[in-house]
Design a protein around this ligand. Structure first.
Ligand code: ZN
Length: 332
């Protein structure tokens, strides 16, 4: 039995038909974890959908109403890049509920992983890049609303920049800012990893960090508190050095009550939508590094899985399953 909980539902499946996003990956990860003896049935918690008031902590009433009544414009649906249906909206409400549950669970167990979520391209008033509802932001705002946390940090390692995350939490700069650093400071780390560039912007009550491929979607990257723009074909060693540097720098500046780790599988070298050069082993080392840094500082970690579009879906399943293995090793 694991020393922490996994949050999962069969209804995490996204009904999007034949699509580059492998919607069946969630069930396959669950099956793999059980088949390999990494987890058993008692390790899983079944989430409830987020409530409409939860969703409205992040998203605008106009957008939520369009999702509930199926009245997105063709352009809005095209921008979301997944075909709207009421069932799909329900799956996103459930993913947000799963992230709330994982965040809450991590406060008692030090870590919790939702076998889903990480929809970091959703904005308050529209969806983009396969993302309708920003489950991680909803979870953060709900726990703040319940006075379970005051501050949070997002650490986003999906190959695509967390543009929705940056935008949602940028809006908080003016009201009740607890921390501020110079805008857009260009900074090269000492003993710098090769390639890459680190940009620093503002931080409010949620400090956002994104490590991503520079030459990839989204074309316009709204500033996170820390952005690391990585060159094409960045390999394991350089990537891991950047993970260490960016997270260390963030944690020197900001002490979060909760770390939200977005553990994208798409920095993988055989990803169809990514252009970095990480191996499966390198991605597991990334997960271990993030968990070790949080564990050493006593910061609870909630994990979501975000993207993963390997040529071979089994590789995506392995990468995500390894995140659970890494947590098991570090938090045992
Ligand atoms: Zn991605």
């Amino acid at each position: 039995m694991l020393p922490f909980k996994l949050v999962y539902s069969d209804a995490y499946y996204l009904p999007i038909g034949d699509h580059v996003f492998p919607a069946e990956k969630y069930r396959r990860i669950r099956d793999r974890l059980i088949a390999d003896g990494i987890a058993d049935a008692r390790d899983f918690l079944e989430p409830q959908p987020a409530s409409d008031p939860d969703i409205l902590l992040v998203h605008t009433p106009e957008y939520v109403q369009k999702l509930q009544t199926g009245t997105l414009s063709p352009r809005e649906e095209m921008e979301m890049e997944v075909p709207y249906s009421r069932d799909l909206a329900d799956a996103f409400w459930l993913a947000a509920g799963g992230s709330i549950l994982a965040a809450r669970q991590s406060l008692t167990d030090k870590v919790s992983i939702s076998i889903g979520g990480g929809f970091h391209h959703a904005f308050p008033d529209h969806g983009e890049g396969f993302c309708m509802i920003h489950d991680v932001a909803v979870a953060i705002r709900r726990l703040q609303h319940d006075d379970q946390i005051r501050t949070a940090m997002t650490f986003d390692c999906d190959v695509h920049q967390g543009n929705g995350t940056a935008t949602i939490f940028a809006a908080q700069h003016k009201a009740g800012s607890t921390h501020s650093v110079a805008s857009s400071t260009l900074r090269r780390p000492e003993g710098a990893p090769r390639g890459g560039r680190m940009r620093q912007g503002h931080a409010g009550d949620v400090f956002t960090i994104s490590l991503h491929q520079h030459n990839n979607y989204p074309l316009w990257k709204p500033p996170s508190s820390i952005d690391v723009d990585l060159p094409d074909r960045t390999d394991d060693d350089d990537y891991l050095a950047w993970v260490d540097h960016a997270l260390s720098t963030g944690l020197e500046q900001f002490e979060p009550d909760l770390l939200c780790y977005v553990a994208g599988a798409d920095p993988y070298k055989e990803d169809q939508l990514g252009g970095l050069n990480l191996t499966i082993e390198g991605l597991k080392q990334r997960d271990e590094l993030v968990f070790r840094m949080a564990h050493a500082r006593g910061i609870p970690v909630m994990v979501t899985f975000a993207g993963g579009y390997a040529q071979n879906v089994e590789d995506t399943v392995t990468i995500h399953s390894n995140t659970v293995v890494a947590a098991k090793e570090v938090f045992a």
